[in-house]
Ligand binder design. Structure first.
Ligand SMILES: C[S@@+](CC[C@H](N)C(=O)[O-])C[C@H]1O[C@@H](n2cnc3c(N)ncnc32)[C@H](O)[C@@H]1O
Length: 303
């Protein structure tokens, strides 16, 4: 989180800094938990696509609230980017789409399954809307693949989605694997954004299906074995039977008093003067190389 921008007036941006969270997304997970109570009884959790780490901060704080040192939750955070350490969290710099990542997580859990997996993953956007939507959906499916290999029956999965044109397809696939699938929109997620979170509770693995991650298999092939993939859908991408469509319940969460993330709030004079320092400087910002080149006078404008 940077130091000064027009976002200074964004309530959640400022609150995150005040409360020591590395990103305003912390409030999204907190508000989802307020609505669904997803943290209850969780002892092993995987935070996928976790950098800079505000969800992991929330998990470490909330899951270890009333526990002693010997009973702390095991939290594994995975991201392509390096992460500055967080108390009580094991950080893995890895790609969630690679099978080796699953093996590393399983090792860290001593072979035990997870109670909860969350993913706030977002790929770099290209600006080409259809392509961005497709890549995001693929990332969610990769997170789901990994989840099916590590989540205990009855466990919970939460993932960021974008409510695009083909979102029904995802809802439908998820509802084959979970008892309850709800689309949640926390108040801290901007109303103007298509972003929402799919909250899947009560994992029920398909009978006789042994999910195995394999680099040679596409996500489609992986889920075909579970009979929740495109085999259920006609070649024209239409559901053959209206019954196959699955519209998830939509729930807005977060207290109405919590503030509107699309509104701008005027800071009082004292607050305006008080610039809050970033909670965590970026570990590997893409602009770092550009700054180095500029410092050395080696930056050249492309003609
Ligand atoms: C919106 S940020 C996550 C914010 C985080 N939940 C927090 O609260 O601080 C999205 C993250 O997804 C990560 N990501 C995207 N694709 C990934 C992949 N294939 N494997 C691991 N991480 C990935 C990005 O590196 C980025 O850090």
């Amino acid at each position: 989180m940077g130091k000064a921008s027009k976002d200074k007036r964004d309530l959640y941006y400022r609150r995150a800094k005040e409360e020591g969270y590395r990103a305003r997304s912390a409030f999204k997970l907190l508000q989802i938990n307020e609505e669904f109570g997803i943290f209850s009884g969780v002892k092993r959790v995987v935070d996928l696509c976790a950098a800079p780490g505000s969800w992991s901060q929330v998990l470490s704080k909330e899951l270890n609230k009333d526990t002693d040192e010997t009973d702390r939750a095991k939290i594994v955070a995975v991201d392509l980017q390096p992460m500055t350490p967080i108390d009580g969290v094991t950080c893995l710099q890895a790609d969630i789409t690679h099978p080796k990542t699953l093996l590393k997580i399983l090792q860290l859990f001593g072979g035990e399954p997870a109670d909860f997996v969350c993913s706030d993953g977002a790929p770099d956007v290209t600006g080409l809307h259809d392509l961005d939507e497709y890549i995001q959906a693929q990332l969610v499916l990769c997170a789901l693949q990994l989840t099916t290999c590590i989540l205990r029956p009855g466990g919970t999965f939460v993932a960021k989605i974008f409510r695009g044109r083909d979102i029904d397809l995802l809802y439908s696939q998820f509802s084959y694997l979970f008892e309850s699938v709800v689309c949640a929109k926390p108040r801290s997620s901007r109303g103007t954004s298509l972003e929402a979170f799919i909250v899947c509770q009560g994992y029920r693995p398909r009978p006789n299906w042994k999910p195995e991650l394999d680099l040679t298999k596409s996500t489609e092939e992986f889920f075909e074995d579970a009979q929740i993939g495109k085999s259920y859908i006609g070649n024209d991408m239409e559901f053959p039977d209206a019954e196959e469509r699955s519209i998830a319940r939509f729930v807005a969460c977060g207290d109405l008093e919590d503030g509107d993330s699309d509104a701008t709030y005027v800071l009082n004079t004292n607050e305006r003067k008080r610039n809050l320092e970033p909670v965590q400087m970026p570990t590997a910002p893409p602009y770092k190389k550009a700054l180095e080149l500029k410092r050395k006078g080696e930056m050249q404008r492309k003609s």
